[in-house]
Structure formats: C-alpha cells, structure tokens
Design a protein around this ligand. Structure first.
Ligand SMILES: C[S@@+](CC[C@H](N)C(=O)[O-])C[C@H]1O[C@@H](n2cnc3c(N)ncnc32)[C@H](O)[C@@H]1O
Length: 125
C-alpha cells in the first residue's frame, strides 16, 4: 500500500498532475475568512502546512500579508509557487516534513489549514 506519510507519494502526484483534491484557486471560505481579518493581522506570523499549490498563501501575499510561511515536503508545488510568486520570500518556502520542524526555530501566531490531512506518523497504513 502506498504511504501517504512519504514525500514521494505526493511528489509523484504533482509530477503526474494527478491532483484531484486541488481546487485551482483559493478556497472560498478561507478567502472570506482572510477578507474579514483586521489590518493588524497582516504582520502576524502565519503558517500554511501541507500547502501544496498554496493558493491561500498566494492570496495572502497578494493582500499584503508579509509574514506567511508555507511548508510542504513535496518540492514540485513549492517550485511552481516560487515561479508564480518571484517576490515571495524564499526563506518562507519550507520544503520539509511538518513533523520534523523544530518548535524552537519555527513559531507562528496562527495556522491556516486546507486539506493537509494531517496524519500521526506513528500510525503506519
Ligand atoms: C491533499 S494535499 C493538499 C494540498 C493543499 N493544501 C490543497 O488544499 O490543495 C496534502 C499536502 O500535504 C503535504 N504533506 C502531507 N504530509 C506532509 C508532512 N508530513 N509534511 C509536509 N507536507 C506534507 C503533501 O505533500 C500535499 O501537498
């Protein structure tokens, strides 16, 4: 059985364009949530884990949010995002296993999550 806890599983899907979950746009409920945030939120440290093609990150960036970080362990969508948003700070594009992030190094005010399907890695299929 394929292991959804492995980066290769997801990387292959992006490389083969087999991404049935991908909305191709910022999720409308999350866009509505972002749109009602106060101006002060634009400075806050926001994490989008398992961001994939990261439409939410792109939208936040376009709206002037300056401290947004995405994490994904598949490199293909991150590379595609970096091409679409050449002005997005590269140090906020983290290609890593979410579970390996150091809490000392990475701290955020809040998390915006869209179908990350967070799995406890101690549970193997
Ligand atoms: C179902 S996709 C959703 C992608 C995106 N959030 C969206 O809504 O289109 C799940 C994403 O989480 C990433 N992912 C899964 N487990 C991960 C982990 N442990 N660390 C980092 N990324 C992970 C995958 O590479 C994939 O891009």
């Amino acid at each position: 059985m394929e292991n959804v806890n492995q980066a290769e599983f997801w990387q292959q899907r992006y490389e083969q364009d087999s991404i049935g979950w991908d909305m191709g746009q910022v999720s409308p409920p999350l866009k509505a949530y972002i749109d009602q945030l106060p101006e002060s939120a634009k400075e806050q440290a926001i994490l989008v884990p398992g961001a994939g093609n990261a439409y939410e990150v792109g939208y936040l960036h376009e709206q002037g949010f300056t401290n947004v970080t995405l994490v994904d362990f598949a490199s293909a969508p991150i590379a595609a995002f970096a091409e679409r948003y050449p002005n997005f700070p590269v140090e906020h594009l983290i290609c890593a296993d979410f579970f390996e992030l150091s809490p000392e190094q990475y701290q955020f005010d809040w998390v915006l999550e869209q179908t990350f399907f967070l799995c406890d890695k101690s549970i193997t299929p």
